[in-house]
Design a protein around this ligand. Structure first.
Ligand SMILES: [Fe+2]
Length: 488
């Protein structure tokens, strides 16, 4: 993601071209999407900033600082001063409004300079009359990715821009797709994809009138899996699944409408669905989770192969993901992965995509001494659900440090699954892991404004502390009331 729309458009065009040239990347999982982003972003950077154009400086050390300018337009003065210096090469610049009513702005400068020149450069910049304040940022050594140009959505409506479908797996692009030679199916897919492409935040999700074939496919998968759930799915899944049926959101005979399912989820855990036309880039997909938004396909797999799908479809999403997203604790876990991914480097996005794969998609957990499934890839696939709980695969305890770099399998059943002791411990481990990720800020989700706040200055931190104080006071009062009732 980029700081300006033009660069984003150029990057997207480059990635599309790269994708067409490298056909092996057509069929991908979220992890492969993240790897694809890493490779193409590096190639794109080379293309946009050829080494020849860079100032050659020897014996460099990183130097970065934030200046508060009286007026954002003064940034040009600073840039022209930096340009004059032969011992400096500017690598990154980023501005933020100072949150005041005047035109003051904080501007971050990330650069490298010749060793021994940092002090004189800082002195020079600080002496410029346009500068109101200068703050040096501690050297983060080789972790240059913190300087990287990464745009993040800060309001839920920004997800309208998180729709980079680089990896759309069209039935008409691959002759191995079961719908490749079925013109009616391909037209149907196009129609449903258009609904997602045209969707904007705040609109009602359009209903789809599912055909007899589509409802029959749903019936087939639903009835087979329902028999396995009581013995194979975790209690959180079974509880939500029973509720979905009791409230008639789910029935065996008809593919549920995303609109109704989204309303159900919002009541239970605050999650909502957003229609999507296919596999999103890993960064965009994970970013949506930060806002408790699950990007959900609306099309149904081809009826000739109801038990197998070469790509995520709404049967997978509705049977596998939705019941788990209705559980408040699991919803929080999913949102935590999303929040941790915001502003992360491409390498870390790959690791978060891998964590997502081995938890949200293929996770197992312990329940009263038994192993149960909570991963959507298992709970929506009869064969792999039985395989995962059999004696065949290897099982290891969930540990983000090792899970995040574990090679995965997307062509066959997984040979290895990770088991969580409980959702509580899984969440704790994830938080611990995320706190070590290098990024320039912490983030916090504000549910009242449906926005992400960057905790990168004392003002933002003090606002957060204030809102937490109110919560803690209510908790104290509640405990006191319970205590006084039990004494009486
Ligand atoms: Fe999935």
């Amino acid at each position: 993601m980029d700081t300006d729309a033009e660069t984003a458009a150029r990057r997207l065009a480059f990635q599309k071209g790269y994708s067409q040239e490298h056909g092996s990347w057509k069929h991908r999982s979220l992890i492969e999407d993240a790897k694809f982003d890493t490779v193409t972003n590096a190639e794109f950077e080379k293309l946009e900033k050829p080494d020849d154009d860079k100032k050659i400086i020897e014996n460099t050390v990183p130097l970065s600082f934030i200046v508060t300018l009286f007026d954002i337009s003064h940034v040009w003065r600073i840039l022209s001063e930096i340009e004059k210096l032969s011992q400096v090469r500017l690598e990154h610049i980023e501005s933020r409004s100072n949150n005041k009513k005047d035109r003051k702005a904080d501007v971050f400068f990330g650069m490298v300079c010749t060793e021994g020149h940092s002090d004189s450069i800082i002195k020079l910049i600080n002496s410029l009359p346009e500068i109101c304040k200068l703050k040096i940022i501690e050297d983060d050594g080789p972790d240059k990715h913190i300087y990287k140009d990464i745009w993040i959505p800060t309001h839920i409506s920004d997800l309208d821009k998180c729709n980079h479908l680089l990896t759309k797996y069209d039935p008409d692009l691959d002759f191995n797709h079961p719908g490749f030679s079925d013109k009616v199916y391909r037209n149907r897919r196009q129609h449903i994809a258009d609904l997602a492409f045209n969707y904007k935040h705040g609109e009602i999700i359009p209903d789809v009138e599912y055909s007899e074939n589509e409802n029959r496919t749903w019936f087939h998968v639903y009835s087979m899996l329902k028999k396995l759930y009581p013995t194979h799915a975790c209690k959180q899944f079974n509880r939500a699944f029973a509720k979905l049926e009791a409230e008639k959101v789910y029935s065996q005979t008809e593919v549920p409408q995303l609109r109704k399912v989204s309303e159900f989820l919002q009541r239970l855990s605050g999650f909502q669905l957003r229609p999507v036309a296919g596999l999103l880039s890993a960064r965009d997909f994970l970013a949506s989770l930060a806002f408790r938004v699950f990007q959900c396909t609306q099309y149904v797999r081809h009826h000739s192969a109801p038990e197998h799908t070469v790509e995520p479809d709404c049967v997978h999403e509705l049977l596998g993901h939705v019941p788990m997203l209705a559980d408040p604790y699991f919803a929080e876990f999913s949102q935590e992965i999303g929040l941790a991914s915001l502003g992360a480097s491409d390498e870390d996005i790959e690791k978060f995509a891998t964590l997502y794969w081995f938890t949200v998609e293929f996770g197992l957990c312990k329940e009263k001494g038994e192993i149960r499934a909570y991963g959507a890839g298992l709970l929506s696939a009869f064969g792999e659900l039985e395989h995962a709980l059999s004696d065949v695969p290897e099982r290891r305890p969930f540990d983000p440090d090792t899970t995040s770099i574990q090679p995965y399998q997307d062509q066959d059943y997984q040979p290895l699954y990770f088991v969580a002791e409980s959702f509580e411990t899984m969440m704790e481990k994830l938080r611990q892991y995320s706190s070590q990720i290098k990024r320039p800020y912490e983030v916090r989700y504000d549910p009242y404004t449906q926005s992400v706040k960057l905790l990168n200055n004392s003002e933002a931190i003090s606002e957060t502390v204030q809102s937490m104080k109110a919560d803690l006071t209510h908790l104290q009062h509640a405990i006191r009331r319970i205590h006084s009732i039990s004494i009486a």
